[in-house]
Write a protein that binds this ligand. Structure first.
Ligand code: LLP
Length: 421
């Protein structure tokens, strides 16, 4: 459930009319619901009830500081994958001991900054990285808490670009090599081995791959303990999928996922960490856009919006489906029309949907892309010198712009002309 519902014939975000926000902010813009973010975080938190745990929001999904602060105030930790995300989490007030650092390419500078600012753990993805963390921590006179991310060679049954748990993927250390790497880690200065990490992919709509991966992690925990390692924390990654269409999808619920965690690793007595991103933010955000033109093509009509692939890249990049709904509630029984829904960017890839049935729309009408809260604003660019799309957060009957739309001067003045020109 989200909090974007029609009320008196108009789409609302909680208790605010989306059309009112559009009038105040201009289009396109991203709009998030505090109540939905909160509810989704709490679903995970409750799903892990009875186990010592921390829900570390994968902030790559939507990293505005207002979103981070909303979640951190509920008790969330953060999963970060760059020095920039680390700094942003800290700026939003997240304490270092609630920040987990993931990612295959952590640089020396990023590792140093995290050790100096405080870190819950590094999820180590390779032996060379392990050596660098040991070196940097030792040089600072610190000890780095680490888990090793293992690659369980499990097929997550998701889009190839977002599967991470097969041996052909760049992520983690092959689980078959794990014992050797843990032995190496235990012998290194400046390293405290605390647990195991695994993440097999994103938008998983079946629990079976998790079950296979977590059973492998449970076996590994026992082997590593027998080898003398004090394995006390399991980071089980993120990836639980969301419904992108209202009608026919019913992915597993966080409660099912929590029950699976208890069943597969609950007996080990470890503290559990999870790193959900999409399920917390995805259906907590919409992208609001305005129809610029309705253009009659040959045998088709195009709905040309002011939002484009630079604002929401998912359809172009992953062939992703987003439900697109008018802000004015369609009258019951109105005859739908087929549209190709496109943006103004100069490539054919700037197509959000083909042959999409919609109620009749005209220039000036507003539409909303649903399920756009995760991997929406964060993946936006200024391609075609289109200003980075602003973000708005609703809470009850209030809303606030949480990232302003830059004006053209701000964008253009970032360029520097060299002295010889
Ligand atoms: N932990 C790690 C180590 C990850 O790599 C990811 C996502 C997550 C957690 C969070 O996964 P989630 O719960 O959000 O599925 N841009 C793509 C998704 C990329 C996901 C990358 N890693 C999309 O728009 O579908």
């Amino acid at each position: 459930m989200d909090h974007f519902l029609y009320r008196d014939g108009e789409l609302y975000a909680e208790d605010v009319s989306v059309a009112d926000i559009a009038a105040a902010v201009g289009t396109p813009f991203y709009l998030y619901s505090t109540a939905t973010l909160t509810r989704h975080y709490q679903l995970f938190d409750e799903a892990l009830n009875g186990m010592e745990h921390m829900v570390c929001y994968a902030m790559k999904a939507a990293s505005n500081q207002a979103i981070l602060k909303t979640l951190a105030e509920l008790g969330a930790g953060m999963d970060v994958v760059s020095g920039g995300e680390y700094a942003r989490a800290k700026a939003a007030g997240v304490p270092g001991d609630r920040i987990v650092f993931s990612g295959v390419g952590k640089t020396r500078a990023e590792i140093r900054a995290a050790l100096e600012g405080g870190i819950r753990q590094f999820n180590v993805e390779s032996e060379p990285e392990l050596l660098v963390i040991s070196e940097v921590a030792s040089s600072l006179g610190k000890t780095a808490p680490i888990t090793v991310r293992v690659n369980p060679d499990v097929d997550a049954k998701t889009h190839a670009k977002i599967a991470t748990g097969k041996s052909e993927n760049k992520f983690g250390i092959p689980i078959s090599k794990a014992r050797a790497v843990y032995a190496e880690a235990a012998a290194l200065p400046g390293i405290d081995v605390i647990g195991i990490d695994v993440h097999i992919g994103s938008q998983l709509t079946d629990l079976e791959p998790y079950e296979l991966a977590y059973r492998k992690v449970a076996d590994l925990t026992e082997q590593l303990r027998a080898d003398g390692h004090n394995i006390r924390r399991l980071d089980l990654g993120g990836g639980l999928g969301i419904p992108y269409t209202r009608s026919n999808e019913a992915p597993p619920l966080p409660s099912d996922y929590g029950a699976l965690i208890k069943r597969t690793v609950g007996h080990l007595g470890c503290e559990i960490e999870i790193e959900p991103g999409r399920l917390i933010a995805g259906n907590a955000g919409i992208l609001v856009s305005r129809v610029i033109y309705v253009k009659q093509g040959e045998g088709r009509q195009f709905l040309i919006l002011d939002g484009a692939m630079n604002d929401l890249i998912r359809p172009a990049m992953y062939d992703a489906h987003h439900d697109i709904v008018p802000i004015v509630e369609p009258v019951a029984g109105v005859e739908q029309q087929s549209y190709d829904i496109v943006g103004p960017v100069c490539e054919s890839g700037d197509t959000f949907a083909k042959n999409r049935m919609m109620p009749p729309l005209a220039a000036g009408d507003l539409v909303a892309f649903r399920s756009a809260g995760a991997y929406g604003a964060v993946m936006a660019s200024e391609y075609n010198t289109r200003p980075l799309v602003p973000e708005v957060l609703a809470k009850g009957d209030q809303f606030a712009v949480i990232r302003q739309r830059p004006d053209f001067d701000e964008i253009i003045n970032r360029d520097t002309i060299p002295p010889w020109l």
